[in-house]
Design a protein around this ligand. Structure first.
Ligand code: ADP
Length: 166
């Protein structure tokens, strides 16, 4: 069975990677996919986010990294993936994820949304928090894959990026 794990991944964090690893042990194939979303103002380009994910997931034989535009369910169907994986960290994630899952079900009855619980160690972690921490000069060691650490610091130096709350 093939599954996709879509998200912004701006940038990929240790929490995302943990979900990708656990999903890879459940499904035959997992495609981690950067969703191109015009409404968000990402720090990293789609290409950069895909590159970092590829590096972070290199050790996972059955994981591929890709990007897509448009509806997640259409993308899943194009790939022949019957499952979309999302993850829940806190009750606050639940409401928006439920809404999205119900809408996706309405759009395509054949695609199943499956939710994995975050690991307790990463339950407080989000891409936006990591960006804010890095901007304020705090250590982000362990919160992101090592390949992301330097890239994030370099990026923040080159860009007058303002941390925004998501
Ligand atoms: P989106 O903008 O689509 O929510 P994200 O990149 O923020 O994309 O997250 C992608 C998925 O990964 C979401 O299902 C989100 O709940 C999950 N996720 C984000 N951070 C973590 C974390 N620390 N632990 C587990 N799952 C996470």
């Amino acid at each position: 069975m093939k599954a996709i794990y879509p998200g912004s991944f701006d940038p990929v964090t240790s929490g995302h990677l943990d979900i990708a690893e656990r999903a890879a042990s459940v499904f035959d194939e997992v495609v981690v996919a950067v969703a191109v979303n015009m409404e968000k103002r990402p720090l990293f380009s789609v290409e950069e986010r895909v590159e970092m994910l590829r590096e972070a997931c290199r050790h996972l034989d059955n994981v591929q990294v890709d990007c897509f535009e448009g509806l997640t369910v259409d993308y899943a169907e194009r790939l022949g993936a019957g499952v979309v994986i999302r993850s829940l960290r806190a009750v606050s994630d639940f409401e928006s994820e439920l809404q999205m899952a119900l809408m996706n079900k309405r759009l395509n009855e054949n695609v199943e949304m499956l939710f994995m619980m975050t690991r307790a160690d990463y339950s407080f972690l989000s891409s936006s928090l990591v960006k804010e921490l890095a901007e304020l000069g705090a250590s982000i060691k362990g919160l992101v894959p090592t390949c992301v650490e330097d890239r994030l610091l370099a990026k923040l130096k080159t860009k007058g990026w303002e941390a925004e709350s998501k």
